[in-house]
Ligand binder design. Sequence first.
Ligand SMILES: CC(C)(COP(=O)(O)OP(=O)(O)OC[C@H]1O[C@@H](n2cnc3c(N)ncnc32)[C@H](O)[C@@H]1OP(=O)(O)O)[C@@H](O)C(=O)NCCC(=O)NCCS
Length: 156
Amino acid sequence: MHACNDSWTAAMCDNVQEKKKDRGKTAMDCQNISLPVKGIGVDIEDISRFKDLNLDENEKFLKKIFTQQELSYCFSKKNPAPHLAARFSCKEAVIKALQSAGFDNPGFSAIEILNDKKGIPSVRIDKKDFKNVTIKISLSHCRDKSLAFAVFFEDK
Ligand SMILES: CC(C)(COP(=O)(O)OP(=O)(O)OC[C@H]1O[C@@H](n2cnc3c(N)ncnc32)[C@H](O)[C@@H]1OP(=O)(O)O)[C@@H](O)C(=O)NCCC(=O)NCCS
């Protein structure tokens, strides 16, 4: 049993203690736990910046920022602008998370945000130095703004 008050800290504490035990060390005091988070990033964008963009007239600009799969996803929607803005926010959030941990900016087009069948987004960075990084993301959009959050975890 641990001495943590809230359930999230308690869960993290149990996790860390479990890892420590695995390595044959004594369990850590709850006050001193070190979370496996290297960096975080957040970003908000005006959806209006992405309004009226289309693949015919704005192809060069769009392809500088978004991958082919991202464009296919966004332009499969009735209104692509919130989805484009959310991905742009997310790329900025990922860059912030990486840079806050001392990593270089991999560039917009190397950061790809894809959704699984349930709609859950994940990020992949198409660059050698970033093959083993684990970043969790979350996206949101309303009428005029998009928002994204990224958490960069220690390698396993
Ligand atoms: C998944 C859900 C939470 C999305 O919330 P939302 O307010 O509709 O949408 P947001 O603008 O905040 O977020 C949209 C983004 O969430 C992400 N997303 C979609 N489904 C997701 C899921 N299952 N899990 C995590 N993220 C998801 C996507 O990135 C999406 O943006 P994208 O399509 O551009 O990639 C919502 O659709 C849902 O299922 N809510 C539960 C409703 C419910 O249980 N009601 C019953 C009680 S009243």
